[in-house]
Design a protein around this ligand. Structure first.
Ligand code: FE2
Length: 210
């Protein structure tokens, strides 16, 4: 159940990425690598069942926070959004005890995801409203595509608001954080590069960098 809908979502993400891929810039080059890694995916090794992750209470509001450019993709996300493997795997932090109930990730393609790949990861990130996803880093090169919600992003100290339809590149080990206001954030992410297995880790204490 849901496997066909998840494959339709992957197709929609590939289409969204492909529109940006011809650009001769870092984002375009990275997207071309991700698209190559998403070719010839194996079948899903597990089904997709209803998630009971606390952060999924924000999905309905997130699906209303897109714009014209992301409406088609959000339709595909909406079809499967409650049936994805939402998790939050960071260690508990006493300075942000509720974080694990407001932030979640659903990896669809990756070394440990339902659709296996050692080359790329592909998934969704969900942040509730008024939530800081604190500074973190990882070896993989990351692309984010904002599907819904305008959040403030800080990437290596550079602060910017990123509305739906925006692509963001995080180079390997770039320090990045996102903070929502009244709207939740729902975004597609991809990982590529030499190491897509090493998990992301937090880099600072909560808000210390702001
Ligand atoms: Fe990241």
């Amino acid at each position: 159940m849901m496997t066909l809908e998840v494959l339709s979502l992957i197709t929609a993400i590939r289409g969204t990425f492909a529109e940006r891929s011809p650009s001769d810039d870092r984002v375009g080059r990275e997207i071309r690598k991700v698209l190559a890694g998403l070719e010839k995916l194996p079948p899903a090794t597990s089904g997709f069942s209803m998630s009971n992750h606390a952060a999924t209470r924000h999905i309905a509001a997130a699906l209303r926070a897109g714009n014209e450019s992301t409406a088609g993709l959000l339709d595909r996300i909406a079809a499967v959004s409650h049936f994805l493997p939402w998790t939050y795997r960071y260690p508990f932090r006493a300075d942000a005890p509720g974080l694990g109930q407001s932030v979640a990730f659903a990896e669809i393609v990756g070394p440990k995801a339902p659709i296996a790949s050692d080359r790329v990861c592909l998934g969704l990130t969900l942040l509730g409203p008024r939530t800081l996803y604190p500074s973190h880093r990882h070896p993989a090169i990351e692309i984010y595509y904002v599907a819904a919600g305008t959040a403030v992003w800080i990437v290596d100290g550079v602060v910017s608001e990123r509305p739906p339809g925006t692509f963001i590149l995080h180079r390997s080990q770039a320090v990045h954080s996102m903070e929502t206001s009244e709207e939740p954030l729902l975004a597609v992410y991809s990982w590529s590069g030499k190491d897509v297995r090493t998990s992301s880790t937090y880099t600072t204490e909560y808000r210390k960098e702001l």
